[in-house]
Ligand binder design. Structure first.
Ligand code: TGC
Ligand code: FAD
Length: 392
């Protein structure tokens, strides 16, 4: 892969909206990605392997629990800093951002928000340091967009719960130490349970043959009469709203992350357009290529403003789930469109692993599907503005 020459675009001086801490956190993450991710990521993606050696570095830049309080090992940062870290990591690779998103928003967040003090003390510091990695099991083979239909269930056996069922498409599953699993009790109410590797009957087979998110490990979570200690139930929230609340945090992170992938594609295409000569001119001098580049920077700028404003609302507690859906949907579509256009600017070179664009493009096919598909987020906006529910 070519050396990482990334220069972040900032067409509307969005830096001026950030405070010193935001810029410090963002720049540290940016440097780390240049040093530790860019040189190796293409190779790991080609081999379909997650680079486990970057786990410590991810912990050090605050990517595991950016907004979890320091008393539990988190970085204690605000929502804008969290978003900027996700932007920088996804600038490197969406699969690496996935690992951080799952660990922070889908594993640490529910333990922090829905767990008791003992659970927080036991699990959060080890997850923040990366000593333990986590996964989040909501999706099932027959229940993806409609998680309310899940069949994974647990029965009260007096001194423990007995868990049965299967989860599919689970990021980090193949190497996770703990899994936050959503399952129904005997009354059909959804609860979160913390399942640990080593519990008898719990297995995590890897999903192979992916063309997307190849540097992220995806797998199943299978529960065959797993005895889960009663103290592993998250006591403070139940019902579908509990896992969906975690998704709000992860979707917000994706709204920022997608900007990173888009910036990397734009920056690569801009540089290439000034260097590549055809018909005796740099291709960037042709109006058709300028149109593509001008539209890209316009869309990136709009997405940055959307994410920044959403971050302010998240921080003061006023962002709604529907507003988060709009930003996730818009920014991921923006990024996937830019990846496709940028690839064309590079001509044949665009399909090779010499450049990051094709990898981003393939990765974004997962990002536009997970955490709620593009269609589902549109219907969430539709419901919010009309009051009419397309899901019922
Ligand atoms: P509905 O009846 O609307 O809601 C059930 C209860 O949940 C509440 N609620 C929310 N709470 C918090 N945050 C949200 N975003 C919420 N949305 C809804 C709601 O108020 C209600 O509460 P209550 O107290 O009245 O019971 O539910 P529904 O069954 O009609 O479904 C709605 C729908 C389709 C929007 C929802 O199910 C959905 O979002 N589906 C998409 C599923 C999804 O996003 N799965 C993601 C799996 S995890 C993943 O992909 C990780 S990838 C990670 C990575 O690698 O980065
Ligand atoms: P389906 O729900 O079957 O949808 C198929 C199509 O039908 C989609 O286009 C969808 O938009 C459309 N559709 C569905 N319902 C409607 C409707 N009401 N109206 C209109 N159109 C509709 N899940 C986890 O729990 N944890 C993870 O860590 C995780 N990681 C993932 C990693 C990867 C790489 C991938 C690809 C997925 C991951 N997922 C994870 C699962 C992901 O959240 C689901 O794939 C996603 O929610 C969609 O579910 P599905 O694949 O079953 O598609």
């Amino acid at each position: 892969m070519k050396p990482d020459l990334f220069q972040a675009p900032d067409y509307y001086n969005i830096d001026e909206l950030l405070n010193d801490e935001h810029r410090l956190v963002r720049d540290a993450a940016r440097e780390w990605v240049k040093r530790e991710v860019s040189p190796i990521i293409e190779d790991y993606a080609q081999r379909a392997e997650f680079p486990k050696q970057i786990i410590n570095g991810l912990a050090e830049i605050g990517a595991f629990g950016p907004y979890i309080p320091a008393e539990y090992g988190g970085a204690g940062l605000d929502q804008i800093s969290y978003g900027l870290i996700m932007q920088e990591i996804e600038r490197g690779d969406s699969g690496v951002r996935s690992t951080a998103s799952v660990q922070s928003s889908l594993v640490m967040y529910p333990i922090w928000k829905y767990g008791n003090e003992e659970q927080r003390q036991r699990f959060l510091p080890k997850l923040a340091s990366g000593e333990w990695m986590g996964s989040f099991g909501l999706t099932e083979p027959d229940h993806g967009s409609d998680p309310a239909g899940m069949t994974t269930n647990f029965k009260d056996k007096g001194d423990h719960y007995l868990l049965n069922g299967a989860k599919m498409w689970i990021s980090n599953a193949p190497f996770c130490q703990v899994a936050v699993v959503w399952a129904k009790n005997e009354e059909g109410r959804i609860h979160g349970l913390i399942v640990e590797r080593g519990m008898e009957g719990f297995s995590t087979p890897e999903t192979h043959n992916k063309w997307s998110l190849r540097a992220s490990a995806t797998g199943e979570l299978i529960f065959d009469n797993v005895k889960v200690p009663k103290e592993h139930l998250l006591p403070n929230k139940s019902g579908l709203g509990a896992p969906l609340g975690c998704l709000d945090s992860a979707r917000y992170g994706i709204a920022w992350g997608a900007i990173g992938a888009a910036m990397d594609c734009y920056d690569t295409a801009l540089r290439y357009s000034k260097e590549r000569m055809q018909f005796g001119k740099p291709i960037g001098q042709f109006q058709l290529q300028q149109k593509k580049l001008a539209e890209m920077i316009t869309e990136i700028t709009k997405a940055q403003l959307l994410a920044w404003r959403l971050g302010v609302m998240r921080e003061n507690g006023t962002a709604t789930s529907a507003q988060i859906s709009m930003a996730k949907r818009n920014n991921v579509e923006m990024a996937i469109t830019i990846a496709r256009e940028a690839r064309q600017i590079l001509g044949g070179m665009g399909i090779t692993g010499e450049y990051s664009i094709m990898r981003h493009s393939m990765n974004l096919e997962s990002v536009i599907t997970y955490e709620g598909t593009h269609d589902i987020h549109l219907l969430i906006t539709g419901l919010d503005i009309t009051g009419l529910n397309a899901f019922k």
